[in-house]
Design a protein around this ligand. Sequence first.
Ligand code: MG
Length: 355
Amino acid sequence: MLLIEVIANNGAVGWGECYGPAEVTQSAVTSFYATRLLGLDPIQTDKAWSKCWQSSLDYARRGIMMGAISGLDMALWDLKGKLLNTPLAELMGGRFRDKLPCYATGMYYKEMPEQKLIDALVKEAKAYNAKGFKAMKIKVGKNLAFDKKLITEMRKALPKAQLMADSNHAYDLPEAVEIGQVLDENKFDWFEEPLSPEFPSLYKQLSEKINIPLATGECEQTRWGFQQLLDAGGVQIAQPDLAYCGGPSEAIKIRTIASSLGVKVIPHVWGTMLNMAAAAHFLGSTFCEPGRAEPTSPILEYDCTPNPLREDIFEKPLKVVKGIITVPVDPGLGVCPDRKVMNSFCIQKTETDKG
Ligand code: MG
């Protein structure tokens, strides 16, 4: 992971995180964007974002450099929050809720015979459920026979749980229809990345053939990318990653576009506590449509695979208690790396300053 620290003249600091290959994003930050941001007012996050965007528009409309902008933008939002003594949820428009139910992401494949693997994955999901997670997301996309068996055995083992499935774009259209039907029969809540992000028009075709809601967007970036993706139709849940989609600044714009099309936004979260906190503030400040007397709460993705960069390097990591996370109330992101512990994981550090 690449973590970014932005330091203001008065010594206040903001932290951000980039999703993507760390050394490459690091180079994009140090060799390109950082010098362009020096001297700007850190309160002016949209201005900083636009400067980055405009200065690299010809070759960085999507991809790794947008990942770098995302981390810088997140760090600036954290810094802005600290300078204004305000948590991000308030800066993003206002807190609608303090608690967020989380769904456990995990159930990754391991090298073992297929039936043993299914048993192990079911056991893992049951363990998260026993810890208090009411929702779990499994991986599908190994092979069709295995996937179907896993889906049905998972539902049999967890008859009341909210279950979702993520194929990480593993299927073509006929295969996605086949698996989508099995997911629907087993009452899964959404089918994530059934198809390649390169074929937005296939999502509409798929949605017309199956009943389960389709989710996608973790590979997509910027308001323009999501506009194209969602305009094509078929997607019910958009999943921007705040450490990759263009940062909190862009996630808010994506949320507005999605809202105008009646699409829900549930961020993709994978990485450290910085991205987790950013997503928690984002969901804490998301109005859930349709409004009603007893609105549902959006759910936050919580990757349950052991990761010291998520759990160990932060002073006050967000804790999941009985499947629930509290939206931070401290200024900015509300989580901060513990420098000493973080340094023990540091592979390469670079610094840019006015000198
Ligand atoms: Mg995914």
